[in-house]
Design a protein around this ligand. Structure first.
Ligand code: GLC
Length: 432
């Protein structure tokens, strides 16, 4: 407690001092391009930490190594967290609740911005100091809370359909499916091939965690339903939403989705696809580069998600950098965030790990499109992706969704009952 008060007092002193210094800086360096002076609270230089999910590629560590070489007195230590987004959130919240300075720069899932900002666990950022105008607009919106910037995007994400191009071709399926019915029909043909023996048709992420919220939302949206309406009111107990959930429930029942997929997060699905167990897989763009280094190399196609009557719609995913309110060396942290979220760094993530960048220009860059022909389609899918609710109590909303969707997929409840219960759970949250 005392330490906290001391820190607050020290901060105000720094604020005043920095305010004075800034006036002088503003006139001497003539930098008015950002339209915003450097935020005076970002003071202190020295070692910091970067806290993010364990990277399945070496890019995160490579970028940090390059920074550390240039900044020997402001070294960044990477603290890898578990791959499960729910566990990442829990660890970051624990750190914030104890006001620990162990975490400096946080890699936040796009759905956490409001919660972290409302609790003042992260600092507001100087928007003028980041090239936000060059980034995909929906992605930038995920980094804002009440119109102010609290994080900066470094990875956008949109769901895509991976498919075994070799098997589709062999089975005479000319192009990837755009509807669920077409996907099932394609599987029926592929499954007749001797080399498809023992393969399953489709999987996504169905374990009870954030990925299930994403897959449920995509199924509902891709059947023309919504979870909340345009004004934010829950509206999930509808025939359209039922058609979406039924696609998943029936697919589990009829074996289109293999039983074990009820335990899949992103990585388990990727491994199943890479080891030749799946014809189709719903996952994020990072999978492409890893699959191209696996047994299915050269046999992987990428298409937009299918839907009920036509193309489906993706949930908006992604990761943003935020600065822990309780951290030290915030001047270093801000510089590191600029470096890590720069077009150059995110181009490295794209080139070396097929992570979708926030910068619009990279999606049309000829060299990148040559490497990843699906980039223009991915850009469209991210631009039209459906954001998950941007609410402070997102944790409660998503856990209600996971609870009910899981019960339906597991066969504990009918989809009609699950949607009825979800509607009532969400209504209770909406009216505290
Ligand atoms: C990806 C997405 C993120 C989403 C998560 C679900 O990491 O970028 O937004 O919440 O997957 O598992």
């Amino acid at each position: 407690m005392n330490a906290h008060i001391t820190r607050v007092l020290q901060c105000s002193a720094v604020l005043v001092a920095a305010g004075l210094v800034l006036t002088a800086c503003g006139s001497s360096d003539g930098d008015s391009s950002s339209g915003q002076s450097k935020s005076p609270s970002f003071s202190g230089r020295g070692p910091i930490t970067y806290v993010a999910a364990k990277d399945s590629s070496p890019v995160t560590q490579n970028l940090i190594d390059a920074w550390n070489k240039e900044h020997p007195k402001e070294k960044v230590t990477y603290i890898p967290l578990p791959g499960d987004v729910n566990q990442q959130r829990q660890q970051m919240i624990q750190n914030a609740e104890t006001k620990s300075d162990a975490y400096t720069v946080l890699s936040l899932d796009v759905v956490w911005t409001s919660e972290f900002a409302a609790h003042q666990w992260i600092d507001q950022l100087p928007a003028g100091q980041f090239p936000l105008a060059k980034m995909l607009k929906p992605t930038v919106e995920t980094a804002k809370y009440r119109g102010n910037l609290y994080a900066v995007p470094y990875a956008a994400d949109g769901g895509v359909l991976y498919y075994r191009s070799d098997l589709l071709q062999k089975a005479g399926v000319a192009k990837p499916p755009t509807t669920w019915a077409e996907m099932k029909a394609a599987c029926a043909k592929v499954e007749k091939l001797p080399e498809a023996k023992g393969m399953s048709c489709y999987a996504g992420q169905f374990q009870k965690y954030e990925g299930l919220t994403v897959n449920f939302a995509e199924a509902v949206n891709s059947a023309g339903g919504v979870i909340t309406d345009a004004s934010g009111k829950p509206d999930v107990d509808t025939p359209a939403a039922k058609k979406g959930l039924d696609f998943l429930v029936d697919s589990f029942k009829d074996g289109t989705i293999p039983k074990e997929a009820i335990t899949y997060q992103e990585e388990e699905g990727r491994q199943a696809f890479q080891s030749g167990k799946l014809i189709f897989l719903r996952n994020w763009p990072y999978v492409y580069s890893l699959a191209e280094k696996s047994k299915v190399r050269g046999k992987v196609g990428v298409a937009p998600l299918p839907g009920l009557d036509g193309a489906g719609s993706s949930s908006l995913g992604g990761h943003n950098l935020a600065l822990s309110s309780f951290a030290k060396n915030k001047a270093t942290a801000l510089d590191f965030m600029k470096y890590f979220s720069s077009q150059e760094s995110t181009a490295t993530y794209l080139k070396d790990a097929s992570v979708a960048p926030p910068y619009e220009a990279l999606y049309d860059d000829p060299a990148m499109v040559k490497q990843y022909p699906y980039l223009p389609a991915l850009k469209k899918s991210i631009l039209s992706a459906v954001p998950r609710p941007r609410v402070v109590q997102y944790g409660d909303a998503t856990s209600a969704i996971q609870q009910q969707a899981y019960a339906a997929l597991n066969g504990d409840k009918s989809s009609a009952q699950a949607l009825k219960d979800l509607q009532s759970d969400l209504q209770k949250l909406a009216t505290p």
